[in-house]
Design a protein around this ligand. Structure first.
Ligand code: 5GP
Ligand code: MN
Length: 344
């Protein structure tokens, strides 16, 4: 046991008031790791509240414990959230490394008196937490939560520690952050963790179906529109990009969940190694980047779009107009041409 885990273990030996929070617009890893960790802490007798900075996609609602999740952005939850954070003795920050990723909740967490624990796999963390369980080699935060719980409960069997619904939440995080076990972040540890979680007997095929084959018809129609009308390919930069304006999103009545993952389709085009999606929403432009192999979209996102993330999956934002943002993106591409052309 390293010192962080030893200190955490001793801290958790008495009942605590614990908040678990994750990045805005939480994905299956952010929510799955949070709910898996929450369920473990509840079993250990702690008081636990899970707070999401913003709303989350509908295809994650099935996760066990979701009905208890408070949404800071919701007027109805905000007073309760603030009160719980004020009273908390521990705040666990999962799947993000910078407080700015909490939106308005960031300031509240920063000012809170509680001890902070970060569990994350993103690059370049801010040092706002007393305890950091941080490993950029981990494929998912859920994988780190799995390993942490195993270490805290060394000596117990998997079935004694995890129940099916905890395992499902953690599996969902690992499955989605590895692109269903096909990205470069898949390691023997990933498969070993999943194999171990499967000993609880949950149905992984069902988890996959609930997340990926659970879309309203409108999402597929929207996807059809984007792929047929909005996908631009620049062969000279091995880049694909899509731009979605607020008006188009409104036309398709699209919620944030419906654009999730669409950026990945750009990478399915032959020879393309970077895909970008620009989404105009609430007066700002949110950008998603994906890449393959040696090309780091994280470097591009942090150098030009106040963003970051992982080497092959990152994001950023811009306060310029959507047209200006795209023009700027196109203007920086020559800088990256050599790197794009040299991807294997
Ligand atoms: P997505 O494209 O799914 O929104 O984000 C992909 C990844 O990029 C996320 O897992 C997250 O790590 C990172 N990311 C997305 N948006 C931002 C951002 O605004 N700032 C930073 N630092 N990372 C981001
Ligand atoms: Mn993650």
């Amino acid at each position: 046991m390293n010192q962080t885990i030893e200190e955490l273990s001793s801290f958790l030996s008495t009942p605590q008031k614990i908040i678990i929070t994750m990045h805005r617009d939480p994905d299956a890893d952010a929510l799955g790791s949070s709910l898996g960790w929450a369920s473990y802490l509840l079993k250990k007798g702690h008081e636990v509240a899970v707070i999401s900075p913003t709303d989350y996609a509908a295809n994650l609602r099935w996760m066990s414990g979701m009905d208890q999740v408070l949404v800071f952005e919701r007027q109805a939850d905000q007073v309760k959230c603030r009160k719980k954070i004020e009273q908390a003795t521990l705040i666990c920050c999962l799947d993000f490394s910078a407080l700015s990723r909490l939106k308005d909740l960031g300031r509240v967490v920063q000012d809170a008196a509680a001890v902070k624990l970060m569990i994350d796999h993103h690059l370049e963390p801010e040092h706002f937490a007393k305890w950091m369980i941080w490993d950029t080699n981990a494929a998912a935060t859920a994988q780190l939560v799995y390993a942490l719980i195993k270490e805290l409960e060394a000596g117990l069997t998997t079935q004694e520690i995890f129940d099916k619904s905890m395992a499902e939440c953690l599996y969902a995080g690992i499955m989605t952050d590895t692109g269903s076990f096909r990205h470069a972040n898949v390691t023997p540890e990933v498969h070993l963790a999943v194999a171990d979680l499967m000993l609880t007997g949950f149905d992984c095929s069902r988890v996959h179906r609930l997340i990926y084959d659970n879309a309203p018809l409108s999402r597929l129609q929207f996807l059809g529109y984007v792929l047929s009308q909005k996908l631009v390919v620049l062969p000279q930069y091995r880049t694909a990009y899509m731009v979605l304006t607020e008006a188009e999103l409104a036309r398709f009545n699209s919620s944030s969940g419906e654009t999730e993952g669409i950026v990945n389709y750009g990478l399915q085009v032959e020879n393309v190694v970077m895909s970008a999606m620009f989404i105009e929403r609430k007066g700002e432009v949110k950008i998603s980047f994906r890449s393959v192999g040696s090309f780091s979209v994280r470097d591009l996102a942090s150098a030009h779009f106040s963003g970051g993330g992982h080497k092959n999956a990152s994001g950023g934002r811009s306060e310029q107009s959507v047209n200006e943002t795209v023009a700027y993106f196109l203007s920086v591409l020559p800088e990256y041409q050599e790197a794009l052309l040299s991807v294997d």
